[in-house]
Design a protein around this ligand. Structure first.
Ligand SMILES: Nc1nc2c(ncn2[C@@H]2O[C@H](COP(=O)(O)OP(=O)(O)OP(=O)(O)O)[C@@H](O)[C@H]2O)c(=O)[nH]1
Ligand SMILES: [Mg+2]
Length: 340
């Protein structure tokens, strides 16, 4: 099950109470105050995790609590601190406060730690209040309460290249052919029901790109037809968009119309998507009508086109290099270098 939006409630740990105690020993009946401080409550900590791409863990468990701090003890012993509640989240998760609507955190790096809510401090024990004028204080603090909150989590995948296309255009076939991911592909529409992220490797140069395969779009997606615009948030952060077009016009399609419709649907979702550099991957070039359609397509639309065939492996290397070049031009060499 793929989940990219959910609501959570969190509660950081309360601080432990301070202790009131006095030292009494055999030859020292008035040993003075010795009440320890309470321990601090655990924080709610968010951790960026590169190994997951799903918020499903938070869909079915909505309440998250950190441990409370232990109370202070006699003999000058402080209470133990409460354990933090660590919540691992996929990179690209945006955390919004439900009450104020403000974005409070965004996880972008693996291992990044963000304290979402702080645990309460422990209260002081009576030892803390000892002074020259009050040598036997009968006073201690209660611990502070841990902070609480309700948040909306929205996952917007982080990839360099986003694939957009009609159902059956061959998005998953392309993902299978050039990345290490293996999404299901089949000759019926809406085979892919949720986004998949794949890695395109360039072993000779030690570089890599992340590619997002998103479910197909159809005309009227803005009115929620097909799977609607729901998954387009996963290409919002891509640097480059690849429009994959069925250039053979299978089932009487017109590739020129397909491209125009895709542009229209993206515009209805968010105009900013059209500002991203894009290129067209003209797929299914192994089929007979594809060449004629390609000439007609190029005459109508002025956009860089790379002819490919996923089933025969044609043009894939050229497409990979074109993508790498575009991403490097935008993000720099450092961005695509494999970190060891
Ligand atoms: N002849 C030919 N068929 C192809 C090519 N690429 C994909 N196909 C076929 O097109 C059909 C759809 O491929 P998918 O990769 O599942 O298409 P998709 O765009 O991921 O489709 P959805 O997930 O439904 O949106 C499959 O039957 C593929 O075998 C190609 O280059 N040549
Ligand atoms: Mg697919």
């Amino acid at each position: 099950m793929f989940v990219d939006e959910c609501i959570i409630k969190v509660q950081a740990g309360d601080g432990g109470r301070g202790c009131i105690a006095f030292r009494r020993e055999k030859y020292e009946p008035w040993g003075g105050p010795c009440g320890g401080n309470g321990g601090k409550g655990g924080d709610i900590v968010l951790i960026g995790d590169d190994d997951t791409n799903n918020l499903v863990d938070y869909k079915f468990k909505q309440h998250w609590k950190a441990e409370r701090g232990e109370h202070g003890l006699g003999k000058d012993c402080d209470g133990r601190e409460g354990k933090d509640c660590e919540m691992r989240m996929p990179l690209g998760t945006i955390v919004t406060d439900i009450e104020t609507g403000a974005v409070v955190a965004e996880l972008t790096k693996d291992g990044e730690r963000i304290i979402l809510r702080k645990g309460g401090n422990g209260g002081f024990g009576n030892l803390h209040f000892k002074s020259s004028i009050n040598r036997a204080p009968r006073q201690a603090n209660p611990g502070q309460e841990g902070e609480t909150g309700a948040y909306r989590l929205v996952l917007k995948s982080i990839a360099d290249v986003g694939l957009v296309g009609f159902p059956n255009a061959g998005k998953s076939s392309l993902t299978n052919a050039i990345t290490h991911a293996h999404p299901k592909m089949a000759a019926y529409p809406f085979t892919t029901l949720h986004p998949q992220i794949g890695v395109i490797d360039f072993p000779e140069t030690n570089q890599r790109l992340m590619l997002a395969d998103v479910p197909g779009l159809i005309e009227g997606a803005s009115e929620n037809k097909g799977l609607g615009h729901r998954f387009l948030r996963h290409i919002e952060r891509c640097s480059v968009l690849v429009f994959i077009i069925d250039m053979a016009g299978v089932d009487g399609r017109d590739p020129r119309e397909d491209y125009a419709t895709l542009l229209k649907e993206l515009k209805l979702y968010d105009k900013a998507l059209l500002k991203k550099p894009r290129l067209v991957a003209a797929n299914k070039m192994d089929l007979p009508k594809a060449k004629t359609w390609l000439t007609k397509f190029k005459a109508k639309h002025k956009v860089p086109v790379v002819p490919i065939s996923c089933s025969e492996g044609l043009g894939l290397e050229k497409l990979k290099q074109a993508l790498l070049k575009k991403v490097i031009a935008l993000q720099g060499e450092e961005h695509v270098a494999v970190k060891r």
